[in-house]
Write a protein that binds this ligand. Structure first.
Ligand code: SF4
Length: 347
């Protein structure tokens, strides 16, 4: 997992999340490990159902019942260098409440549900700033409501909302999808987070606005040195946003590494298949894109051994008998595949 000598901001270690349902247990996240460095954009990519969103919810302990973290650590380096295991904190306790929406903020897929319809967007952001005033003034100085409103107008400007003095008094349902998404980013920034989790933040908006929001997030990362975990099924978005990439399949990390290695020297058959199915790598021809053969297995029918083996073009005898562990395949690149290492994951 080593990406550099610097200490990680977040270190997810062998995380497992299960859902106990009437028909059986679904292992949504099955031994996932990765690090996020300060100021880094980490992209997590995979098909729907690969466990990427559940992993992010686990980080913030936002998993709905009957889901629960059954194993692993989520080590977060707080301001002042104290390292805390988020997986051990009570989900509704004060420590996690302070971190969630404080040092770690989430930009959800659909911002409509995140704003209350009965208060203006501006008032909701002002309240968040007042709640996290210490993150704006390290000397402990209080923030007045008037100052919080000025900060909100500044944030609206930062995220590219025109006429911020008027829009601050709008309700979420009065804003277009693109403006709501920008307001949601302003809300996430209102606590000056050290880690921003963006869960498919451009799914609900049109293509032009998507490009603007991605450029905006990139710019904000540079300006505030905020680390970002960017979750998406879209490799094009990953190429644009991330410096380091984690590829997930059926709740496990298949491969991870610097974005250039993942795009130009992918070592795992699943990453290779994902890249082959990506539009844009085939020029402007009308040749149909290759699809990954087979379907995602039913959650209750998880394959034994390597989870990708029923769909893998390179499958070998041992692939259905044992699960490969995540091993180095380059300077900073790791893959979980028997083509590269015989080591078995015994955890
Ligand atoms: Fe394919 Fe085997 Fe590698 Fe899994 S371990 S990706 S089945 S070659």
């Amino acid at each position: 997992m080593s990406q550099s000598a610097a200490a990680p901001l977040l270190s997810v270690r062998n995380l497992r999340v299960s859902f106990a349902l009437d028909d059986g247990v679904v292992r949504a996240v099955d031994g996932t490990s990765f690090d996020v460095m300060p100021g880094q954009v980490l992209g997590i990519v995979g098909e729907s159902g690969c466990g990427k969103s559940v992993t992010m919810k686990a980080i913030l302990q936002l998993i709905d019942r009957p889901g629960r973290i059954t194993h692993g650590e989520i080590l977060f380096r707080r301001e002042g260098s104290e390292v805390i295991d988020l997986a051990r904190l009570p989900p509704r306790g004060p420590a996690l409440r302070e971190i969630r929406g404080g040092e770690i903020a989430l930009i959800p897929q659909e911002p409509m549900a995140s704003f209350s319809p009965v208060h203006t967007v501006g008032d909701q952001i002002v309240e968040a700033i007042l709640l996290h005033a210490h993150r704006w003034h390290a000397d402990g100085r209080r923030i007045s409501r008037r100052e919080a409103r000025e900060i909100t107008i500044g944030l609206f400007r930062d995220v590219g909302i025109s006429m911020p003095e008027q829009r601050i008094d709008a309700y979420s349902w009065q804003l277009s999808g693109g403006l709501r998404q920008r307001a949601m980013i302003a809300m996430a920034l209102s606590c000056r987070p050290r880690l921003l989790i963006a869960d498919e933040p451009t799914t609900a908006i049109d293509v032009t606005t998507q490009a603007q929001v991605l450029a905006l997030l990139h710019d904000l990362k540079d300006r505030y040195n905020t680390a970002i975990i960017f979750i998406t099924h879209d490799l094009g978005v990953i190429a644009q946003m991330a410096s380091y990439v984690v590829v997930m399949y059926l709740g496990r990390v298949m491969e991870q590494g610097p974005v250039d290695d993942i795009f130009h020297a992918p070592r795992h058959p699943y990453t290779q298949a994902l890249l082959r199915s990506m539009p844009g790598l085939h020029g402007r021809t009308r040749v149909p894109l290759p699809v990954i053969t087979g379907a995602l297995p039913h959650p209750f029918n998880r394959p034994l051994g390597c989870p990708f083996h029923p769909r893998c073009p390179d499958v070998m005898a041992q692939c259905s008998a044992a699960t490969p562990s995540l091993e180095p395949v380059g300077v900073e690149q790791l893959a979980s595949c028997f083509l590269h290492s015989d080591k078995v994951d015994a955890s």
